[in-house]
Design a protein around this ligand. Structure first.
Ligand SMILES: C[S@@+](CC[C@H](N)C(=O)[O-])C[C@H]1O[C@@H](n2cnc3c(N)ncnc32)[C@H](O)[C@@H]1O
Length: 304
């Protein structure tokens, strides 16, 4: 990831300007924010040794030790990778742990905002790769976890993340209630890139938070981290001049970047398409009827 890219996301954080300044500014800011303490705390929570974390990052354990005792600072370019290895966000590493998203507010109720019925795309995925073995699933932007828990109950090995702390907490509760095992963690799609390989990479109703100029890079990364024969299954909101903004749109929603009709299909032109559909549908989220247009793709990586 380019440094500029990782610093200039439109997320309205004041650290953007400070860090874009010179190195001593950056070190001062990181010092104030006690990045080393955050690294230490997260590493211990994940029960990783300094050596194990160093191996994940391809660096020496001495470097990790220096970060943790505050005598050195991770390079800017290292932050997204470090955040991913520690299952956290760059915001959290920089001390912005208490960022509350609009989704946090929506999820801060007993009820499940999106209900508990799995997305129909889950059943489409199961038809293509039924759980004859524990296929590895990654659910990007899992919300309150209904789809991730459904997959786990069906026998898949599921990893799932969302930027909403509240969502992840509810997802964990749902998994516990269903006696399902899911590796849930909080992460920001902007920082996170998969480390290993997955058989199924899935994302529903999330990728419109990604700006247009970063979407090809995202899809390329997801494709590269998909095992041969594996699938990527996602849906994206699509702009149409005749569909108005949803009435329950909130501040986060105003950061939506709907995709162009067919754009998603283009990024997967070299994969086998199982489902490639565009539809306009009615929605009642927030209790107010409105419409959306959505492109859905399930594509499979097929070797030559
Ligand atoms: C429409 S909801 C979909 C939730 C879930 N996939 C589902 O279908 O129930 C969008 C989700 O994207 C998450 N999200 C938004 N921006 C994100 C980001 N930058 N990184 C990770 N998740 C994000 C929100 O917290 C929210 O849970």
């Amino acid at each position: 990831m380019e440094m500029d890219e990782c610093l200039y996301y439109d997320r309205g954080k004041s650290y953007k300007l400070g860090i874009a300044g010179n190195c001593s500014d950056r070190e001062e800011i990181m010092d104030q924010l006690k990045t080393g303490e955050v690294i230490y705390k997260r590493r211990r929570e994940l029960e990783l040794t300094q050596n194990q974390l160093a191996k994940l990052l391809n660096i020496s354990f001495q470097a990790v030790s220096k970060w943790e005792n505050g005598t050195a600072y991770p390079d800017i370019e290292m932050l997204p990778k470090l955040a991913a290895a520690l299952h956290t966000t760059v915001d959290a590493l920089l001390g912005y742990e208490s960022v509350v998203t609009d989704y946090d507010k929506r999820y801060n109720t007993e009820e499940y905002y999106w209900g508990l019925t799995p997305n129909r795309i889950c059943y489409d995925i199961m038809k293509i790769l039924p759980p004859v073995k524990p296929y590895r699933v990654l659910d990007i932007g899992c919300g309150e976890g209904k789809d991730a828990v459904f997959f786990a109950k069906c026998g898949y090995a599921v990893t799932a993340f969302d930027i909403s702390e509240q969502g992840i907490e509810k997802a964990k509760k749902l998994a516990e209630y269903n006696k399902a095992e899911v590796s849930f963690f909080k992460a920001d799609l902007f920082d996170y890139r998969p480390e290993g390989e997955y058989d199924i990479i899935f994302s529903s109703g999330v990728l419109h938070f990604m700006q247009e100029n970063r979407r090809k890079e995202l899809c390329d990364s997801l494709k590269a981290h998909t095992a041969d024969g594996g699938i990527n299954a996602m849906n994206v909101f699509v702009k149409k001049p005749f569909i108005k903004r949803a009435p329950d749109s909130t501040r986060d929603e105003s950061k939506r970047h709907p995709w162009y009709s067919g754009e998603l299909f283009g990024y997967y032109h070299d994969w086998l398409f199982h489902i490639c559909r565009e539809e306009v549908f009615d929605c009642n989220s927030g209790g107010k009827p409105h419409k959306h247009c959505m492109d859905t793709l399930i594509a499979q990586k097929v070797g030559e």
